[in-house]
Design a protein around this ligand. Structure first.
Ligand code: HEM
Length: 247
């Protein structure tokens, strides 16, 4: 019963996530950037922009310059989240790739770091008056969502173990559409696992309509992805160019 419910929920959530995200990225791609507005000092070449963007995505460079505390907590949260997600690849692959096996212990402790980061970022929103004032319910709820996912995950890792072999069987079954055959694998009965998977489904469902879109969005930010070359190369939006040729 629970297996069927979760199978339906996870299929639906994955579909909404993939289609919603592709739709959003499509909209971002078509949105015109009519002005030349790189945040200066900015690189003057495309290669320089790639380097700047890489530093921004990997190290959160602009946040580092803006606020050390927010940078520290934010970077800790994101870097550990990445490790945790990579560690999860073991549920989705058979055989498990060597490097995924290698990072397992790091991924485990990254779960704790991720919780610490998310809790710190939430404390910032709750206790720093200036930040509390500009925080919306969704700002709080996204952090709570990550905290609940991390706590339920860590509960399984460190407190009440769940049958991870069965979890893997269930996930592989979903991937090969086994629920539509008779040989589908059941999800082990575990409250922590139910909470974990339910919140993961919620995360996937709301991702395309949430602030988490900053993940693909950063690449489309004109202040970051433009080269500072207005004199060498005229910047003109496609629609403006069309107006010119009609003259
Ligand atoms: C369908 C997707 C997912 C499945 C099947 C899943 C399953 C699990 C399981 C079984 C554990 C316990 C591991 C153990 O006992 O050793 C766990 C731990 C954890 N999960 Fe997930 N999870 C999923 C998605 C996610 C996502 C999207 C996040 C983060 C946003 C996340 C965050 C964590 C954390 C922080 C831990 C504890 C640290 C660790 O053991 O890696 N999980 N997950």
């Amino acid at each position: 019963m629970m297996s069927t419910l979760f199978a339906i929920l996870l299929y639906l959530a994955t579909l909404v996530f993939v289609v919603g995200l592709l739709y959003r990225i499509g909209v971002y791609t078509r949105t015109p950037a009519p002005l030349k507005i790189p945040t200066t000092p900015a690189p003057t070449t495309t290669g320089g922009v790639v380097l700047r963007m890489t530093r921004e995505v990997l190290f959160f460079e602009s946040l580092f310059k803006a606020n050390l505390w927010t940078w520290g907590l934010g970077w800790l949260f994101h870097a550990s989240l990445a490790l945790v997600l990579l560690r999860h690849l073991r549920y989705f692959t058979e055989p498990v790739w060597a490097w995924v096996a290698l990072i397992q212990p790091f991924g485990m402790y990254a779960g704790i770091a991720m919780l610490f980061g998310a809790a710190g970022l939430w404390a910032r929103r709750l206790f720093v008056e200036r930040i509390r004032y500009i925080s919306t319910p969704s700002d709080h709820l996204m952090l709570v969502l990550f905290i609940v996912i991390a706590v339920s995950g860590l509960t399984m890792t460190f407190v009440v173990h769940t049958d991870v072999i069965a979890v893997k069987g269930f996930i592989l079954g979903l991937m090969y559409f086994a629920p539509f055959h008779s040989d589908s694998q059941a999800l082990p009965a575990s409250v922590a696992l139910y909470v974990h998977l339910f919140m993961v489904a919620v995360l996937l469902l709301i991702f395309p309509i949430s602030k988490l879109l900053h993940a693909p969005g950063v690449f489309f930010s004109p202040g970051r992805n433009q080269a500072d070359n207005p004199r060498e190369k005229r910047h003109i939006a496609a629609w403006a160019k069309q107006l010119e040729s009609e003259k």
